[in-house]
Write a protein that binds this ligand. Structure first.
Ligand code: HEC
Ligand code: HEC
Length: 371
């Protein structure tokens, strides 16, 4: 797998490369030995068994604790066709601060789980927990073949977790890969957001599902007092688009690409903004991709694809070529998938074939937001 340079935020200071951060952590570990006051290391370690994260009310029957809230983002991430279930748990009496609809702030102690199944059987469950110092704990648990219990996977992840055919298999990502996606923007939480939980769900979303019974959405979170400060004008956010195809295409790019390609994270210098942001005059993806030249062609890229998206020409659009590739130097997304998402590709091609050049190019204001 190709290495991606990951940067992360450190309390509002300029972003530092992960390597530097690790060095700082090693330094901090040295200080522990020297008797400095730092938070106990135990709190940073995930439990060894999934059941000890508190997901289940009964570990024998694997009945999920009914106090947790199930949810599903309207524009889900493609993971080679895995079926997913997701839950969130907020500490009793707490609420999410939704004053900024683009970056919700979750209370300390918030836990989130995402379970991945292939061929009807659970393979892995991923876990996030907000720690007392505000950082997030990352963990992945691999299920036993009999589906009875799931155990913590090494920080490096696990290859060969499930065969996908043609010699490929599902890889459980290592923690640095989790962070390459989850720390690529303003919020570590990606699928539990205003747009993703909008009651105005996109019926054209690729791999999207209607909201299942008992899953929470934005409206219910507000009604139950679990989300505070959310601007009333944003109660049913919806991607503004010229057509249903465009709405679904922009939604797909938001859900599958926007966590890396946005104006706030370390990849902002690439200048490709696929995260949808309510309130921008023109969708960032339209302004930064359509009729926009490729910044740096990847090795193996077609010499025909000079533009990220050439309106009317999917075959001459680098964005399409990269979404259609699983050649490591070319493929997008670069992580988390082995198989081409054919259904999404068909939608993106249709959209580009119909696309017109936008009237406006992406411009950033002084805060790095798209105007
Ligand atoms: C390729 C990018 C990518 C990688 C790698 C990745 N995630 Fe995610 N993850 C996402 C996206 C996007 C969502 C939201 C969409 C969805 O759930 O379908 C998500 C959702 C989640 C959720 C549900 C809460 C939320 O943020 O919406 C958890 C928990 C989670 N991931 C944990 C992990 C852990 C732990 C790892 C590493 C073992 C990991 N993820 C690796 C992109 C990624
Ligand atoms: C894990 C982070 C990550 C995700 C997710 C991701 N990308 Fe990328 N992308 C990168 C990096 C890093 C580069 C720059 C290096 C390169 O060109 O390979 C890049 C470059 C690109 C470029 C070339 C831009 C230029 O002008 O040079 C395109 C097009 C692109 N990505 C499309 C996508 C699409 C479409 C998706 C979703 C289907 C996606 N990316 C998801 C990390 C990501």
């Amino acid at each position: 797998m190709r290495r991606i340079i990951v940067h992360r935020k450190v309390s509002g200071s300029p972003r530092v490369p992960l390597a530097a951060l690790s060095a700082a952590l090693i330094l901090a570990a040295g200080l522990v030995a020297a008797g400095e006051a730092v938070p106990p290391a135990a709190a940073l370690k995930p439990p060894l068994r999934l059941e000890d994260t508190g997901l289940y009310a009964d570990a024998a029957t694997l009945a999920v604790d009914p106090r947790h809230l199930a949810f599903s983002p309207q524009y889900p991430l493609w993971t080679d066709g895995a079926a997913k279930r997701r839950w969130i748990s907020l500490p009793p009496g707490t609420a999410i601060d939704g004053s900024d609809p683009e970056a919700w702030v979750f209370p300390v102690g918030t836990r989130l789980w995402k379970e991945f199944s292939f061929a009807g059987r659970p393979i892995e469950t991923r876990y996030l927990e907000r720690l007392a110092d505000g950082r997030w704990l990352y963990a992945a648990y691999a299920w036993s073949a009999d589906g009875r219990e799931a155990r913590l996977v090494s920080e490096r992840g696990q290859r060969g977790a499930f065969p996908l055919g043609n010699g490929r298999s599902h890889t459980i990502p290592g923690i640095s890969d989790c962070k390459a996606c989850h720390q690529g923007g303003r919020s570590d939480v990606l699928g539990f957001s205003a747009l993703q939980l909008s009651p105005d769900r996109d019926p054209g979303a690729v791999h999207g599902e209607p909201r299942r019974f008992a899953e929470v959405d934005l409206k219910e979170l507000i009604a139950r007092g679990l989300l505070v400060g959310h601007p009333p004008s944003h109660e049913a956010p919806r991607i503004a688009a010229a057509s249903a195809t465009e709405r679904a295409a922009l939604g797909y790019l938001h859900g599958n690409c926007g966590h890396c390609h946005n104006a706030a994270g370390p990849l902002r210098t690439v200048g490709l903004y696929l995260r949808y942001e309510a309130g921008s005059n023109v969708a960032p993806a339209l302004a930064s991709a359509v009729a926009h030249p490729v910044k740096r062609p990847a090795p193996g890229q077609s010499p025909e694809a000079l533009m990220r998206i050439e309106p009317g020409h999917p075959d001459r659009s680098a964005l399409i070529e990269r979404a259609a590739s699983r050649y490591p130097a070319l493929q997008m997304p670069p992580l988390g998938t082995e198989l081409i998402d054919e259904e999404a590709l068909a939608l993106l091609r249709r959209w580009v074939a119909e696309a017109e050049a936008p009237r406006q190019k992406a411009q950033l204001n002084e805060k790095g937001q798209i105007r």
